[in-house]
Design a protein around this ligand. Structure first.
Ligand code: 8DG
Length: 135
C-alpha cells in the first residue's frame, strides 16, 4: 500500500505574558499523551488557516486569528509522513477559557519550560527552529 502523506498544521499561540500554549494528546490517540502545538490535519478543500481555526475550535472551544507561517518541516514516522506547518496565532478574545474538548490537558509555557515536555519526534526540529527564531 502507498505510504500515507498527511498535511498537518500547528499553532504557535502566545498569550499576553509571552507564554505558548501546548496541549496534551488524548490517551487513546496516536502518539498518546505526548505534548504538541495545538492543531491537526488539513482536510480536503480546506486552507491551512481554516483547518487550524477549526481544529482549535473543536479541540478547545476557542477562536483564534491565524497569522504568518513561522515554520515548515517534514518528518517520516514508521508508517506515514507528515508535512508540518506552524503558524503564529492569537486568541480572538484574550480572556477565552481553554476547554478540554479533545485535548487531555494544556499548559501555557515559556520556551525554556517547553523542552521539559515530551513532544512527538516531528517536533524536535520544530522546537530547535523555534528556539532559534525566538532567541
Ligand atoms: N497538532 C499537532 N500534530 C502533530 C504535532 N507533531 C506531530 O508529529 N503531529 C502529528 C501527530 C499526528 O500524526 C498528526 C496530527 O494528526 P491528529 O491526529 O492530531 O489530527 P486530527 O485531529 O485531524 O486527527 P484524526 O481525526 O485524523 O484522528 O500530526 C504537533 O506539534 N501538533
Amino acid at each position: 500500500m502507498a505510504r500515507r502523506h498527511i498535511r498537518v498544521v500547528g499553532a504557535m499561540l502566545q498569550n499576553a505574558e509571552g507564554r505558548y500554549l501546548i496541549t496534551q494528546r488524548p490517551p487513546k490517540a496516536t502518539l498518546p499523551l505526548l505534548w504538541e502545538f495545538p492543531g491537526g490535519r488539513v482536510e480536503e478543500g480546506e486552507s491551512d488557516e481554516q483547518a487550524l481555526a477549526r481544529e482549535i475550535r473543536e479541540e478547545m472551544g476557542v477562536e483564534v486569528v491565524v497569522m504568518d507561517q513561522a515554520l515548515h518541516t517534514h518528518h517520516e514516522y514508521p508508517t506515514y509522513d507528515i508535512d508540518f506547518r506552524v503558524y503564529r496565532c492569537r486568541l480572538s478574545s484574550p480572556e477565552s477559557a481553554i476547554h478540554h474538548l479533545r485535548v487531555h490537558d494544556h499548559r501555557w509555557v515559556t520556551l525554556e519550560e517547553m523542552s521539559k515536555y515530551q513532544f512527538p519526534d516531528a517536533d524536535a526540529k520544530t522546537l530547535a527552529k523555534l528556539l532559534g527564531l525566538e532567541a
